[in-house]
Design a protein around this ligand. Structure first.
Ligand code: ZN
Ligand code: ZN
Length: 413
């Protein structure tokens, strides 16, 4: 706790871990996971609806819930979270967008031109282009733009009287013209005008940038337009410290998860080698988590690859990643559960059968010396529900941990 002895909670979130059965089996149920199974034996088990039964969670909304925030109250779209995730200090009232560098062709203004590549040949090195936009585009309001991974970026508009009730400029398909931004409410007309001005000015800067002349010479698609989508307003959200009086760290490599950690005021740790995909350095992340619990009260450690492999409908790949994770997770068995509370869970299911997030509840196990252990001996979708935790909501998870650690406040007399 702040100013006192730390009683840390470590929450390991294995993104999209759980599945629906394929011939009666799931990647998690058939994976060889002696360490996760040991944890199931040592802890109290259950299943969890990260948001609510039947609600298909996004990774952003579910992570808000796992950190104790009601996503129905605080979630205003992906834009602000992505922007925070790439390092923009997003403030309440800011309008944030997800951005793609793209290739457009044709004559006239940006809105007369046709998108021929939505990722500008999956361009990586956009730093110079972003710098040129920062220096040369002038708008009636302040704007911030930051590079994301690959062809991605984030844009924030800051000023009085802005609205997020506007449409995307990304047509989301090649062969279509760049879309004009339109206001969805009367109040938003001025914002739409500013967005369209930004679109044209950014296009002019990019079209004339020497880097694009170079790319053209090499036969690469020019990164000569920015496509915007997912406008959202940054909500007023109490920080984790204000809400719980606790210090939070989020260990992740995925912008969206880093963004959730950032908007609630947590510290973000991305150890070297952490990539947010299947080649990530699992050991480095686990070591970072073990260090972080010495300094923070609540640490959320995120692994992304299971979700990706679920989207790819890759049963074997998902099983193998879970097994690899299990070998490294053995290091967490050394954590002192008299002092710490260790939780292993997921943010939602990403069944290989579906290739998308589903609302099927996720398994959860809580380890602490004071939990009432149960008869569950294997960490899997088919066993977890037999545990003493039964079925809980994502928003309850942190409360349960804080209660175990005797730092929860009493409700009533
Ligand atoms: Zn997820
Ligand atoms: Zn996903």
């Amino acid at each position: 706790m702040l100013g006192g002895d730390s009683l840390p909670v470590l929450i390991v979130v294995i993104d999209g871990l759980s599945d629906r059965p394929v011939n009666g089996k799931t990647p998690l149920s058939v994976a060889n996971t002696p360490n996760l199974d040991k944890m199931a034996e040592m802890g109290i088990n259950g299943i969890m609806d990260t948001i609510a039964p039947g609600i298909r969670p996004g990774s952003d909304t579910s992570h808000l819930a796992l950190l104790g925030y009601d996503p129905f109250k605080y979630y205003t779209g992906r834009g602000p979270i992505e922007a925070a995730g790439v390092g923009i200090e997003v403030k309440p009232g800011d309008i944030a967008f997800r951005v793609n560098f793209a290739t457009v062709e044709g004559e006239g203004s940006i809105f007369d031109k046709t998108v021929v590549d939505r990722r500008a040949g999956r361009i990586q090195d956009t730093e110079e282009l972003i710098k040129a936009i920062r220096e040369n585009v002038k708008l009636p309001v302040e704007f911030l733009i930051e590079k994301g991974t690959g062809h991605r970026a984030a844009l924030v508009l800051r000023g009085e009287g802005l609205s997020h009730e506007i449409t995307d400029t990304d047509p989301k398909e090649v062969g279509k013209k760049v879309k004009q931004c339109k206001a969805l409410s009367e109040d938003a007309a001025w914002t739409a005008e500013i967005v369209n001005e930004f679109m044209q000015k950014a296009h002019e800067v990019l079209e004339n940038h020497p880097m694009n002349a170079e790319r053209e010479k090499k036969g690469l698609p020019k990164a000569n337009a920015l496509l915007l989508r997912g406008a959202g307003v940054m909500p007023h959200i109490p920080s984790f410290e204000e809400k719980f009086g606790l210090k939070l760290a989020v260990i992740a490599a995925t912008a969206l998860i880093k963004g959730v950690g950032s908007i609630v005021g947590g510290d973000i740790i991305t150890p070297e080698g952490a990539t947010g995909n299947r080649n990530t350095d699992i050991g480095a992340k686990i070591r970072a988590a073990k260090e972080a619990i010495e300094k923070y009260d609540v640490v959320l450690l995120h692994f992304k690859a299971t979700d990706e492999l679920g989207h790819d409908k890759d049963f074997e790949g998902k099983k193998e990643f879970i097994e690899r994770l299990d070998r490294h997770i053995s290091e967490l068995l050394g954590i002192n559960i008299a002092k710490n509370c260790l939780i292993i869970t997921a943010d939602h299911s990403t069944p290989v059968k579906v290739g998308e997030h589903t609302a099927d509840p996720v398994p959860v196990v809580i380890l602490h010396e004071d939990v009432r252990t149960d008869e569950v001996r294997k960490f899997s979708e088919f066993e977890a529900y037999k545990g003493g935790l039964c079925r809980i909501r994502g928003m309850d998870l942190l409360n349960i941990a804080l209660d175990l650690l005797n730092i929860a406040k009493k409700f009533g007399a």
